[in-house]
Design a protein around this ligand. Sequence first.
Ligand SMILES: [Zn+2]
Length: 330
Amino acid sequence: MHGARNPSGRKFENLSALCCAPWGVCYDKCMNTTATAQLADQTPAQIDTQLAALYSEKAKIAQTIEHAYSTLHYKANDKKRYYGRSRVGMWTMTDQQALDTVHAMLDAGTLAPYDVTSTQQTLANLVVAQGQLNQAKTQIAELDAEYMRRPWSRFLEVTSSNGHIHSSMFCSTCNNGKQMTEFAWHPQLSGLTEAEAVAQLGPLLCSTCFASAPVEWKRDRADVNRERKAAQPKPVKAGPFASISYITNGYPQRETFKTAQMAQNWVVKERAEHEAYGYAICIETVSEVTEMLIAAGFVTQEVLDAKVAAKVKRDKREGEKHARALGLIK
Ligand SMILES: [Zn+2]
């Protein structure tokens, strides 16, 4: 029998169907001591990878079983009672009582006819799930027996905001709240040294589980996260594409182009106005910006020339339209 008990006898009640092996110690000596030769050849990482998958599978099966029993409690006309301020209701029957009641109702034909098929299906699902659960537990026991035979290092990370890395789920600093502590297995680190685990997960070792580890490996997650963030290179704020100063018509001018596109717009406008209306421009500065644009691979001389020609044409058309509207030309 795989019981999930621990010395306090208080925590983990909700895992009554599960083996206690994840805490590293089995109180019911449930492990299968006939470890096969194949298991002896496997690395800690290989064994713990299978174990992690089996625990996840077992949790899913346990959920299916819980769901099936809930259905049976309803069919047996059981009701939930709420004690104190608790929002978690308690059935008045045990699961076994609910199961027996439903069987008795089926035998006596007192179940509503429309309920019979679905109830039979629930009972069948329950049998299948319980078989799967037993199978998972047997596989877990075999793998855990291998761990008990030659224990290796394990690194289990508590996923809460200030969680640490523990050597087993049975750490006195865990599972002290109302909710079970959630752990993330890192089976790929099983069998490795503390230094190797710290290199991959950060200096977050639990000081209870890893009492002899250097103090700098047993830090608070909040501090480590803050330092990591501070050490990250600040994103370099892109400067403007170009800043120029020049003189037109005797007046000093300054232009800052945030982007290459803005610089190109300026070049096109200056050249088009010069060509169309003969406006004075600072040829040197226009050439300088043009060279920067070409050097940056933003535009070629031909494309730029075509853009200027197009703008001259467009401006001319706009000018004529405007003059026509004012009655200056026909
Ligand atoms: Zn610990």
